[in-house]
Design a protein around this ligand. Sequence first.
Ligand code: AR6
Length: 175
Amino acid sequence: MTLSVEIGDLTRVEADAIVNAANSMLLGGGGVDGAIHAAAGPRLLEACRRLRNTTHRDGLDVGDAVATPAFDLPASWVIHTVGPNLHRGQDDPARLASCFARSLDVAAELDVRSIAFPAVSAGAYGWPVTDVARIAVMTCRGWLAEHPEASPQDVRFVVLDERLRDVFDEALGAA
Ligand code: AR6
């Protein structure tokens, strides 16, 4: 099993699943969420609306995850998660760790082999990327160790630039 970081646009990544840094409403937004909805096409929003009308009437909790098909994206699945919003005082690292662990739980249920994460909560939600990288690496490494037989074997962090790549590289080396 591998844990790696690469520079790129998550919407172009050829992994079985990509993770969306969504919000609790699940109806799109800015940042990587907006990019994913734009690239996946309008059927993604329809699928999210269906979730809101059925299993997720109150939206998705911070730290939880849920999957939809990925429609026009190269990936097969989008796993939506909601990071804690530091600007709203949501500063509990366990909530952020839960985003990564729950996304991997959902990926395992779908028999997903490769999964690509953005730096959840490191944009509009205001978390320092060093904290996000450390928590992401620790959590994914721990999850993989606890689930040696589970399907996700290739876990990637996809970031937009070299600075973010270096931060994740350091976390991968240190953790
Ligand atoms: N590929 C990879 N990474 C990206 C991309 C992309 N195409 N676009 C942005 N990033 P953010 P959050 C990086 O703000 O902090 C939305 O409005 C970005 O540089 O997307 O969890 C939602 O609807 C940053 O490092 O997510 C929510 O309301 C990281 O992705 C809210 O923002 C996360 O930034 C969620 O905020």
